[in-house]
Design a protein around this ligand. Sequence first.
Ligand code: VGL
Ligand code: ZN
Length: 208
Amino acid sequence: MKKALILVDIQNDFVPGGALPVPDGDAVVAVANKAMRHFDLVVAIQDWHPADHSSFASRHKGHRPGDMVVIDGLRQILWPDHCVQNTRGAEFVPGLEMERITKVFHKGMSRNDDSYSGFFDNGHRNSTGLGDYLREMGVDEVTIMGLATDYCVKFTVLDAAMLGFKTRLIIEGVRGVEVQKGDSEKAVEEMRKAGIGVLSVEDIGKGF
Ligand code: VGL
Ligand code: ZN
């Protein structure tokens, strides 16, 4: 069976200088480049929104980023406009070794569905195809890193575990948005409780 590395949302808008910057987010690029060589397969997830995506505060009159609204029955936190399709903010961060990436999966493309997980939209109504792809490729174990710990990384990890993949998180390879202070720590705790392995990039070759 094969092992895959899943890189979550390592995009310009999520690093300092971007539209939804994750503090120190650019630090994960070097970790990703170091990790990639240990895997049979590397997939990248790309947050890929239409310009009028419903998660953008700018689409909700009288609301600001950080506000909570309900869209199609789901609670949704509103964000600054970010990762708009075909813009520089949506591109992968320069320096990420793209030639090692086997396949890219997009998420958050339909206007009224947000998608934190790389596998499903937040309502678990549609899949991105990532789960089927990994199974077809004979993958049984996934290692996940990227941005942001408390949103897209967390939900990608929890879905991977739910789908039955042996799942691990590279701890130096994640950074959080921290809408509330402590969110990243809480997210890591939640992932641990779901039974996933937390490891250092230095230990990747060693198994766990
Ligand atoms: C993310 C908020 C909105 C993430 C994506 O990558 O964690 N967060 N869209
Ligand atoms: Zn987004």
